[in-house]
Design a protein around this ligand. Structure first.
Ligand SMILES: N[C@@H]1[C@@H](O)[C@H](O)[C@@H](COP(=O)(O)O)O[C@@H]1O
Length: 329
């Protein structure tokens, strides 16, 4: 950690920001798979809202290689993430991006992993029960995204972001307490469901996406799909009924009206609705201007508790897999 004016940014993130100085970057690629990809989505949201000139994209690692964006080159920053650092598609994507001359940054929990070796710069993040919000994958990615905007475009929200992330752990702890009994109730009420949909938009969509594909499908073998609130009325709403469960996230960002519209309709025809509204969270310590960006991190933290309770109630540990890491794929 080092002091940068009045704020203290993570040292590894600072190293990346230093490497950017004097470099022309016109595009940021966020590249990863599964849960590691989902955490890129709110960063793309921040880039879209804040960047004046730099464009950005989120790619699933293998698609990044096969689609091979023509623009990818020495003016690109490629941010990759893999918890294990061994996901072959992501390791190859780092190698591919480097060959094209891009600056590569590998986020991983394993600093000696293949991804760390293939990436020019490495950010090791914490994971698990003992981790501190500031040092998690999302905490460090947010520091980097806002830092990139600050270094390359002079964006003035960087200090506010660092300070808000410094206060995030306390927010996490309060939210976990606040939702403790609701999470337990969720586990009991939904343990026999065969399908649970998730829905969100804007900065929160990635959270709904990872909940559907990682928590419900991967870790609980429950059918699911992440529905974008804006797409709800263009197909998925035909499925809503009294016995069809939906987890609906309401964010604090600019796309909240989309979620509200979807929720209003769902309430008319559905009954099994689990609504997590970021307005109910105690976000003391988070800068007013950044609450919309930070809400997904807190909702994600709360939803993890819901996942743990569901796993307990179903007697199906979150670590249980039948194909992943077990058979050839
Ligand atoms: N839920 C995720 C999966 O979606 C992902 O495929 C896997 C490997 O990911 P990583 O590249 O982050 O190690 O890990 C987790 O289980």
């Amino acid at each position: 950690m080092m002091v940068n004016s009045q704020v203290v940014v993570d040292q590894q993130v600072q190293n990346v920001l230093d490497a950017l100085k004097g470099r022309t970057i016109n595009h940021v690629y966020f590249v990863a798979c599964g849960g590691s990809s989902a955490i890129m989505y709110p960063n793309k949201y921040i880039m879209d809202r804040e960047a004046k000139n730099i464009s950005s994209d989120v790619y699933s690692s293998n698609e990044f290689i096969h689609r091979s964006p023509r623009k990818l080159g020495e003016n690109s920053l490629v941010i990759l993430c893999s918890m294990s650092g061994t996901t072959p598609e992501t390791v190859k994507a780092a190698e591919f991006a480097r060959q094209k001359g891009a600056l590569t940054v590998g986020f991983t929990n394993q600093e000696t992993s293949p991804l760390a070796q293939e990436s020019e710069l490495v950010v090791k993040y914490q994971w698990g029960a003992e981790s501190i919000a500031f040092n998690t994958n999302l905490g460090l990615l947010y520091q980097l995204t806002m830092g990139v905007l600050n270094v390359l475009e002079g964006n003035d929200k960087f200090d506010k972001m660092i300070n808000s992330l410094t206060n995030l752990q306390a927010v996490f702890e309060k939210s976990a307490k606040q939702y403790e009994s609701l999470a337990q109730q969720f586990g009991q009420d939904y343990k026999d469901e065969k399908v649970i949909y998730t829905m969100a938009s804007g900065a929160n969509y990635g959270i709904a996406y990872s909940y559907a594909i990682c928590i419900l499908m991967e870790m609980q073998w429950i059918h699911s799909n992440a529905v974008h609130s804006g797409e709800y009325f263009h197909g998925p709403f035909e499925i809503i009924d009294k016995d069809v469960p939906f987890i609906i996230l309401l964010g604090l960002d600019e796309t909240r009206p989309l979620d509200e519209r979807a929720l209003d309709f769902s309430k008319k025809y559905g009954e099994k609705l689990v609504v997590l509204d970021a307005k109910d969270l105690d976000l003391t310590g988070i800068d007013e201007e950044l609450k919309g960006y930070i809400a997904p991190l807190v909702l994600n933290h709360v939803l993890r508790k819901y996942a743990e309770q569901l796993a307990d109630a179903r007697n199906h540990p979150l670590s249980k897999r039948r194909y992943m890491w077990k058979v050839e794929y």
